[in-house]
Design a protein around this ligand. Structure first.
Ligand code: BGC
Length: 334
């Protein structure tokens, strides 16, 4: 693992980047936010990012970051657990998004590593952002022969709730939006949202809708359709109910122009498909603009706002129990 100086936070703290490579795959991660700053497959950088820490501090879309303790929205910024109501910091209108104002995307992680992996640790104190319990969180990025894996662990001294993911924006070709990328998602249902982008609780069949990715189609094919769910979000920004359980392939993204396919594997029940609808065209690394729909996120997780939906898979973590989940992004040429 190669450690390099990356920049400085306003409080003077030095931020470092950590890089590992096996020839086919090169990965660079920051201790700030656990951000994947660069992921190269056969020399092609397939994630959006910035060159400087200042640009990351502006937080224009959680680029490459670990999001937690609780990915996506928690309705009303509150939830009940063990007959107690917990109130969180509301950083998205009346709701909490991606763990609150100082979520895991904005903390500096402790880093160790070896030739093929980078391991980050963070101890989130009891009541940080309002969540119960001291939560010891680990994120291990590891290289595989043709991809990168992310192993999340967490252990808490109180009963709590956890939903961790990574917010990388993928673009297999670069220099254009992802609308020409083809996408397949192994999901028969998705979770429709209200006007604040919080799931209503319904599981709606994708069949006959613009959300049907069971046969690969281009992301752009239906994205401008006059569909109320697309209109709310300005594109795709929805959780898909993934078929089957256990560690399995759930999605395929490909770019014919790049000749590259990326397969997403996970053990999670859901995946937020977010097509970068809120990106604003700021300049990113390597002189490339981070334009609207310039990247696509596959945020493997439990369904958003599960804490307020007993009918969704549970995100509760009992005191002393180990939270453990794995997601892999695997690449090949085609
Ligand atoms: C959410 C979007 C949000 C974005 C922030 C995604 O996970 O689903 O609604 O705007 O993160 O960049």
């Amino acid at each position: 693992m190669l450690k390099s100086y990356f920049g400085r936070l306003p409080n003077g703290k030095e931020i470092y980047s950590y890089a590992v490579s096996n020839g086919a795959i090169s990965l660079t991660v920051l201790d700030y936010g656990g951000i994947i700053q660069s992921l190269k497959y056969c020399g092609n950088d397939v994630v959006l990012g910035y060159n400087t820490i200042g640009e990351y501090l502006d937080n224009d879309g959680y680029l490459g970051a670990i999001v937690g303790r609780y990915a996506n929205r928690i309705s009303g910024g509150s939830f009940r657990l063990n007959k107690k109501t917990y109130r969180l910091f509301k950083n998205d209108g009346g709701n909490t998004l991606h763990g609150g104002a100082g979520g895991f995307s904005g903390v500096v992680w402790d880093v160790t590593g070896d030739d093929a992996s980078i391991t980050l640790k963070y101890l989130s104190p009891d009541r940080e952002e309002g969540f119960p319990g001291n939560l010891l969180t680990g994120v291990k990025y590891y290289l595989t022969e043709n991809g990168v894996g992310i192993e999340y662990t967490a252990l808490c001294d109180k009963d709590t709730v956890v939903n961790l993911t990574n917010h990388s924006y993928f673009n297999l070709i670069g220099g254009e939006t992802i609308e020409n990328h083809f996408l397949l998602i192994d999901a028969d249902y998705f979770t429709p949202v209200n006007s604040a982008l919080v799931p209503t609780g319904e599981l709606r069949p994708v069949s006959g809708t613009v959300f049907d990715f069971r046969c690969a189609k281009s992301i752009g094919r239906d994205i401008e359709e006059n569909d109320p769910q697309l209109k709310i979000a300005g594109g795709y920004d929805h959780n898909f109910v993934l078929r089957k359980d256990g560690f399995r392939k759930v999605a395929e993204l490909s770019s014919a122009k790049a000749g590259i396919e990326m397969d997403v594997y996970t053990d999670r029940p859901g995946m937020q498909l977010y097509t970068g609808n809120f990106l604003t065209g700021r300049m990113g690394k390597n002189g490339k603009k981070i334009m609207k729909r310039g990247g696509v996120c596959f945020e493997t997780q439990s369904y958003p706002d599960s804490v307020n939906h007993p009918e969704f898979p549970s995100t509760e973590l009992k005191a002393g129990e180990m939270y453990h989940t794995v997601t892999e992004y695997r690449f090949h040429k085609y």
